[in-house]
Write a protein that binds this ligand. Sequence first.
Ligand code: SF4
Length: 279
Amino acid sequence: MKDVDNIAVSQSLIKSLFEYKEDKACGIQFYKQYFEGMLFPSSPVQKLGQWFEYMATGALPKDQLVPLPDKTSKNELTEAYKKMTKQLENWERLKKKYQIKILTKGRKITVYDKSLVPNPIDGTTDLEVELTDYQTGIHYPYVMGDIKTTGLLDNKFDDRGWEIGNLGNKVKLVMQPIHYKFIRMIETETDEEPPFMFFLFSNTNGVDHRIIKFNLDTEANIQQHRVLIQNTVKELHYQLKKGFKPLPEVSRCSKCPLKDNCEFFIDVPLIQEFNYNEI
Ligand code: SF4
C-alpha cells in the first residue's frame, strides 16, 4: 500500500475522488486503484477510444498492450469500429490541413511543487504537437493535444457532453486541460499558459469531428487548481483514516475484477429508499 504522500495527484485521481464523494464510485475500487496501483479493465467504449488513438498516433494504452478491434464472426470489424475507420481518415485529413507534426505521444509529465503538497503531480499527454491554423495562419510550435472519441458532441446536459456553450459547467471535462497546463507550466518554469486542444471524434457517426482550443483566465484558474490539489491530498488523508466504503450495485459489481473475493459483492439489488414529499 502506498503512503498518501507518495500517491501521484493526476486529473483522473481528482475526478475519481469527486465521484466517490458523490456516491457514484465504489471506495474499494478507488482504494485498490490508487493505493495499491491495480489496473482496472477498460469498458467497451474506452477500448474503442484506445484502438482509435493507437491507430491514429501509435500510442499504447496504460496497460501497454496493443488494442485490438472487435470483429464479427465473419472476421469483419463491428459497426462501431467501422465508423471509427472513417474517423481515422478524418484525422489524417485534419493532420494534413493543420500541418500537424507529432512531437511526442503518451508522454508522462511528473512534477513537484513542495510549497503545495509533498506528492508528485502528474499527467500523461496524448500528444504534444506543432501545428498551423490554416484559417488564421497562426503557427503553434507547441500544443498539448488530447484525442477523445465520444457520442456526446452536441450534448448540453450530460457532465461528459461537449456542447461548447455549456462546456464551462462541466467540471470533470475542464479539469483535464487546467491540470495539464498547470503541470506543463511547472515543468517549464514559466507563467505562460501552453495551448491545449481537444481533438474530438464522434463514435456515433463517421463524419462529425471537432477541435476545441481550451483557453484559461490563467491566474485565477491556476490558483483555483492549486487549492484543488491541496484539498485533494487533505481529502485522501481524511478518507483513508475514515476507511473507504464499498458501493455495491448489481451492474457495477457484475463487471468488477474484485468480485470473486469481495465480501460486499451483490448480484441481487439492495432496496433503495425513496421518500416522496409532495410540494
Ligand atoms: S464487487 Fe462491488 S462492492 Fe466489491 S469492490 Fe467491486 S464494485 Fe465494490
